[in-house]
Design a protein around this ligand. Structure first.
Ligand SMILES: Cc1cc2nc3c(=O)[nH]c(=O)nc-3n(C[C@H](O)[C@H](O)[C@H](O)COP(=O)(O)OP(=O)(O)OC[C@H]3O[C@@H](n4cnc5c(N)ncnc54)[C@H](O)[C@@H]3O)c2cc1C
Length: 343
């Protein structure tokens, strides 16, 4: 059942039609629990609030399905504006970017040029830029782009996904690169990725421990308290300097744990997505943890004292919204298959 739910939401996240429609709907379906607004101003408020609690931030200006140079160039311009704002506002904050948003699917050389522009400005401002890792079809290209950029810039890092069999070998080649370790968010084939959670968790711990014993800064990107507790014990046993790593978590997730870790003197960084292209990101979060749907529904339809906000109409609305999503997904897949068959 868990796999069916996961596949359902991953399917929705990959649905181009729904992603486009969602931009027109504006912020809805409770996405504001996990996405910090659609504008730079709204995200800056969130950054400042977290900074006041001793938590640094990394910003992701959301963008999915970029397929022409105009969109990629617009995404790059938005990121340049964001860099200016981070610098001007003097907040404790760096950037996370996705290469597909900057034209990886259009032309790798063009994507590298966009990244060069971003990194030139970021290094002028002393702001770090992390490249998010996307699905496996972009994996080799992403590492190639990083390689090309590392010749000229050192303010750039990458993500290693512990669900991939090759993660350890690839990480070994990145000894002097800042790395974020995560479990991996996409649906991958058993040919390239561990299918079961225990193996992914074991590999996460193995990779994180290897990095913690090395010299380069590492971000530990997880909400998993089992992993976090085991790594805290490992750090103590091995007298590892807390300045060599940080815990990273997503905006809106386990806020208490983020605050507690910061109070205990660990570096904590919150990954904050924002922008009107929120749908795919939001669906991937529901895929990971269907309980997130409860949070969203509860927040959308119930008052704080657990009363339905708008009675049965609201409950019906929830069901209708979920059915509409499913219907749209099926319809647009049928349409795509028909178009592909005709092409
Ligand atoms: C900062 C950050 C950046 C990321 N960047 C990328 C990226 O570039 N590429 C990519 O593929 N993926 C990325 N991810 C997503 C990542 O790959 C996982 O899909 C995601 O983090 C879910 O895995 P998890 O490690 O948090 O733990 P899970 O395996 O989801 O959860 C493990 C256990 O932790 C507990 N738990 C988890 N969440 C909660 C919660 N909200 N409340 C209460 N208990 C909870 C539960 O007991 C659960 O069983 C990123 C994640 C983070 C945190």
């Amino acid at each position: 059942m868990a796999n069916i739910t996961r596949d359902f939401f991953i399917g929705l996240s990959n649905n181009r039609f729904l992603n486009t429609q969602a931009k027109k709907w504006g912020f809805s379906l409770g996405a504001d629990k996990f996405v910090a607004g659609t504008t730079v101003d709204s995200v800056m408020e969130a950054v400042k609030a977290l900074n006041r609690q001793g938590i640094s931030c990394t910003l992701d200006n959301l963008g999915e399905f970029v397929s022409d140079k105009r969109e990629a160039s617009e995404a790059k311009d938005n990121i340049m504006t964001l860099l200016n704002t981070i610098y001007k506002e003097n907040v404790d904050c760096h950037l996370s970017v996705k290469l597909t948003q900057l034209g990886l699917d259009i032309d790798q050389a063009y994507c590298i040029e966009n990244m060069r522009e971003i990194l030139a400005k970021a290094s002028q401002y002393d702001i770090f830029v992390n490249i998010d890792m996307e699905d496996y079809s972009h994996y080799d290209q992403t590492l190639e782009v990083l390689d090309a950029l590392r010749n000229d810039y050192d303010h750039v890092g990458i993500v290693i996904q512990s669900y991939l069999y090759r993660a350890e070998d690839d990480m070994a080649k990145l000894k002097d690169v800042r790395v974020r370790i995560v479990k991996g968010a996409y649906k991958e084939s058993e040919e390239v990725a561990y299918p079961d959670k225990q193996a992914i968790d074991r590999n996460f711990l193995k990779l994180a421990k290897q990095r913690l014993l090395g010299d380069t800064f590492t971000s530990i990107g997880t909400h998993d308290h089992h992993i976090i507790h085991e790594l805290q014990a490992f750090v103590d046993e091995n007298h590892i300097d807390r300045d060599k790593f940080e815990f990273q978590m997503l905006y809106g997730f386990r806020n208490d744990m983020q605050n507690n870790l910061a109070h205990e003197g660990y570096h904590v960084c919150t990954y904050i997505p924002f922008g009107d292209d929120w749908f795919g990101y939001f669906m991937r979060r529901l895929a990971e943890r269907p309980q997130n749907m409860n949070l969203v529904l509860k927040d959308t339809f119930y008052t704080e004292d657990n009363k339905l906000k708008k009675g049965p109409i609201a409950a019906g609305g929830a069901v209708a919204a979920a059915s509409a999503l499913a219907f749209w997904c099926v319809k647009s897949n049928q349409h795509k298959k028909k178009t592909d068959a005709e092409a």
